[in-house]
Design a protein around this ligand. Sequence first.
Ligand SMILES: Nc1ncnc2c1ncn2[C@@H]1O[C@H](COP(=O)(O)OP(=O)(O)OP(=O)(O)O)[C@@H](O)[C@H]1O
Ligand SMILES: [Mg+2]
Length: 313
Amino acid sequence: MALAKAWSVALLGVDGKVIEIEADIGGGSPRVTMVGLPDTGLKEAKDRVRSAVRNSGRTWPDERVILGLSPANLPKVGSGYDLGIAAAVLAATGSVPATKLLNTVLLGELALDGRVRPVRGVLPGLLAARNAGYRRAVVPAESLFEAALVDGLEVGGVARLSEFADWLKGEGELTHPEPGVVQEPPRVPDLADVVGQPEARWALEVAAAGGHHLLMTGPPGVGKTLLAKRLPGLLPRLTTEESLQVTAVHSIDGSLSRTEPLVTVPPFVAPHHSISVPALIGGGSGLAVPGAISRAHRGILFLDLTDWPPGCA
Ligand SMILES: Nc1ncnc2c1ncn2[C@@H]1O[C@H](COP(=O)(O)OP(=O)(O)OP(=O)(O)O)[C@@H](O)[C@H]1O
Ligand SMILES: [Mg+2]
């Protein structure tokens, strides 16, 4: 077969879009061309994937290779497509059968020696794939804890490209997530720790019940921070849908805990008063990194500032 396809996911903010990766082999001198708006990091995938394939004991085609990523007009960033590119090339050369690639999304960065490295945004990527009707996903073994949060998708992990190629050939098994450990709800600071302050407590309760902003003023040491930290405990636990939304933001941020990946209580984010504007609101080129405001989604953003708004004091 000279043409083969694999599927991966592009991230747009906290949403994902399934990307089709095509590999066409033959008809020219050995050269790899990638089309479909790849960024610089993704253009480098050509060299990464070729080294990973060769160092996994497979042959890289000695012909012209054209890699197409579609939808072509959607900018694609990052290294998460490496596994999909390798799969499409291996299937196009006939080195592995293409049958298991169908209906499967692939996420993972390849190291030159063939290891599969974790990538950010596995959770939102897989949620998008599931919602688009895909039924199976292969992710880096180190990202399995996060992939396991997605219901309705068969997830497998791989640590090396050779392991993945063996599975495609029906000669090995993928690593499967540990059976669901029931996550203990984390302990959040309780309003019971606060002595007195009936008016401030009442203000906290009103803010929590109505979803209002709250401005606290007072001399140092009076208990403003103490009270603010107790606000998440007054808010209702996140619903499953909300938990996944918040966890998706933290997944892109790369801040998920391996032991308790699912964020179940409203987050409390308290950036330092010297925080930069991009760090507060998020930004960056290509894959936008969430800022403190996004990390506080469905929780509390605590701006503990002596000089707020900046320049007013
Ligand atoms: N009402 C209270 N009940 C129990 N502990 C309190 C109370 N008020 C203050 N404290 C304790 O005093 C210390 C200072 O409180 P906190 O840091 O909340 O003050 P603050 O108003 O945020 O001060 P600053 O303006 O300096 O940030 C904390 O260790 C807190 O536990
Ligand atoms: Mg304080």
